[in-house]
Ligand binder design. Structure first.
Ligand code: PGA
Length: 236
């Protein structure tokens, strides 16, 4: 488990390489002042240069995905080892936007293995759709989603697990604090050695109350990480 709080900026496909690098150069000094562990996840094309910009700053760079295979005839895919070589230390695996394109839980588990083998930390995303939440079967759903992921690690050691309810991503709404307390207690019970993150509509207004929830060790921030002033308020 990470000792410092972890703040992961998932920029998705929102900025070009030039825009991403300009962001990194402009805000590097300010970001460095944070006592938390910051991970910036730009698009693949910006990763190598973002890694150079943040070299020796303590700010980490992460990829938004990788291939589940180590190498071979997989046109258009990117290997975990390749990402490690250019300075990535984290890789997001199984974000719901990736799962929506057909990436199954078993594929996510395989991605996790290749990421670990390449010496990086997987940030594995789990979360239920609205229908499951409405049917009050979230804990059952998450238990099933976690099973193949936890089968390959010792109680979640070396993993970051990001709980992101699908209906909370980019929507401005999120579960109640009471619901989150129950879910994070469950996740901690299932994966006591994992670093547990919350993601889905995190912003400068709700971050203080989210920080009070036991077992949340960090946050995966999408939209609110694009604007530096907002992200800086979140991390501080
Ligand atoms: P959001 O995205 O913060 O914009 O809701 C979070 C995510 O998709 O990881």
């Amino acid at each position: 488990m990470h000792k410092k709080k972890l703040f992961v900026a998932n920029w998705k496909m929102n900025m070009t390489t030039q825009e991403s690098l300009a962001w990194c150069v402009t805000h590097k000094n300010e970001l460095q002042k944070s006592s938390s562990q910051i991970v910036i996840c730009p698009s693949f094309t910006a990763l190598a240069r973002a890694g150079e910009i943040f070299k020796d700053t303590g700010i980490a760079v992460g990829a938004q995905s990788c291939c589940e295979h180590e190498k071979g005839p997989f046109t258009g895919q990117i290997a975990a080892q390749d990402l490690a070589e250019i300075g990535c230390s984290y890789v997001i695996a199984g974000h719901s936007e990736e799962r929506a394109l057909g990436v199954t839980n078993e594929i996510v588990a395989r991605k996790m293995v290749t990421i670990l083998k390449a010496g990086m930390t997987p940030i594995v995303c789990i979360g239920e759709p609205q229908t499951i939440y409405d049917a009050k079967t979230t804990t059952n759903f998450l238990t099933k989603q976690l099973a193949p992921l936890l089968a390959v690690t010792d109680q979640g050691a070396a993993l970051c697990i990001a709980y992101e309810p699908l209906w909370a991503i980019g929507s401005g709404i999120m579960p109640s604090l009471e619901t989150l307390k129950t879910i994070f207690a469950l996740l901690h019970k299932k994966a006591p050695k994992a670093t547990l993150l919350y993601g889905g509509s995190v912003n400068k207004e709700n971050i203080a109350s989210l920080q009070s929830i036991p077992y949340i060790n960090g946050f995966l921030v999408g939209g609110a990480s694009l604007n530096f002033d907002e992200f800086n308020l979140i991390i501080s």
